[in-house]
Design a protein around this ligand. Structure first.
Ligand SMILES: [Zn+2]
Length: 391
């Protein structure tokens, strides 16, 4: 067993990373280690496991055996507690230059325990321009034992000056069967549930796992997929939009609540106030109020990002519905449907509309995604989309 076993359907990337880990071991032993690079860029569609691959590589760098998967070093990397691995994600909608500069300072230190100091930079495409420039300087002149692992959906998402200094690892969307196999064998999911979840998630492993194991996630998917048949009039469109936006808000609230509470009480302790005191600023020592305000701003911006991601996931679910309809309209034999479990709904719409109409609907959803990314009011953007989806 190695740390790379968990990467589903990524044989090519795994081969590159294993070789690099061996080269990295040679460097540690004082050799040249041809094939080892200080900056890596992991790209691949959402759900292909960019962060998982980067984390496995980090373990392979720290481990004496190139990522055995069971030693202390591997274990600490995999559970995220290794002192020489810094894993960062944007605090809000993007990486600020401040967050990035702080990170670069920490990255400059020599490894304290492991063989390398590894910075896992998730969602590198979310770096602001000034943050990206700071990052570029750090990558251009890396300390001898620092390795940067950047993750982004596609190489084009990063400035060319950054990506030209990185070695690329491209991950692909794993086949449905491979994902189902992992769920069935590793998570003990019954085979039929595993196949359903893998198909519905379209190669998105963590999504497939959530669908297989979490009833709430399945219920939300059903609610989203029931939208197309509910759009019988203008009133229905408006209320469908309301429901969709509200669900995204609830999901974001649940995801952030726990995180926020522990961060806030931690900060208050730091500034000398009991975490149970009433009134946010009472009793905080000087400087505390400002820090608390800053933390609240960051939490607010993180909540906005999670809400946006969750809404976007629902819209992609809708796209998969209409793509299935289109597949049926073209009578494409042998193409598997993502939403085979609601074949009846798909079939009805496929028969009662034309491929042109289906394409127009997919366009409307994509346009809505663009508008949301451009900060249009969610209710307004989603409402306009629902009206365009109406038969
Ligand atoms: Zn190990």
């Amino acid at each position: 067993m190695t740390v790379f076993d968990d990467l589903v359907g990524q044989d090519q990337a795994t081969a590159v990373l294993s070789r690099a880990a061996t080269a990295a071991g040679e460097v540690v032993a004082g050799g040249r280690g041809a094939g080892m690079t200080h900056a890596w860029l992991f790209t691949g569609p959402p759900g292909s496991g960019r962060e998982d691959a980067a984390r496995a590589f980090a373990a392979a760098l720290m481990c004496r055996d190139g990522g055995c998967g069971h030693c202390d070093q591997c274990h600490q990397v995999l559970i995220g507690s290794h002192p020489d691995l810094e894993s960062v994600r944007p605090e809000g909608l993007s990486y600020s230059v401040k967050q990035t500069r702080e990170l670069i300072l920490r990255a400059a230190g020599a490894p304290t325990q492991g063989r390398w100091r590894v910075i896992l930079f998730e969602d590198a495409d979310r770096a602001t321009e000034s943050a990206a420039n700071a990052l570029l300087k750090a990558i251009e002149e890396p300390p001898p034992r620092t390795v940067w692992l950047l993750c982004a959906p596609a190489p084009d998402d990063l400035m060319i000056t950054i990506r030209s200094r990185c070695r690329m690892v491209n991950l692909t969307t794993p086949a449905t069967e491979a994902v189902a196999h992992v769920l069935a064998t590793r998570d003990s999911v019954p085979w039929d549930t595993a196949r359903f979840a893998a198909r519905a998630a379209q190669g998105h492993i963590s999504r497939a796992r959530a669908l297989a194991l979490d009833e709430g996630v399945r219920a939300r998917r059903e609610a989203v997929l029931s939208i197309p048949r509910s759009l019988t009039g203008v009133g229905e469109c408006v209320s469908a939009a309301e429901r969709l936006v509200k669900t995204a808000e609830e999901e974001a609230a649940a995801a952030t609540a726990l995180l926020n509470d522990s961060e806030t009480s931690e900060l208050r302790k730091l500034y000398g106030e009991g975490s149970t005191g009433k009134g946010l600023n009472r009793g905080l020592v000087r400087g505390g109020a400002g820090a608390l305000k800053e933390l609240e701003d960051r939490q607010k911006s993180r909540a906005t990002r999670i809400k946006r991601d969750s809404l976007d996931a629902a819209l992609l679910e809708l796209v998969s519905f209409y793509r299935d309809v289109l597949t049926m309209q073209f009578g494409a034999a042998g193409v598997e449907l993502a939403n085979d479990d609601i074949r009846f709904d798909l079939d009805q719409l496929a028969k009662s509309s034309t491929p042109e109409e289906t394409l127009r609907r997919i366009d409307a959803i994509m346009q809505c995604r663009e508008r949301l990314a451009a900060n249009v009011n969610p209710q307004m953007a989603v409402e306009a989309m629902m009206l365009a989806l109406r038969p």
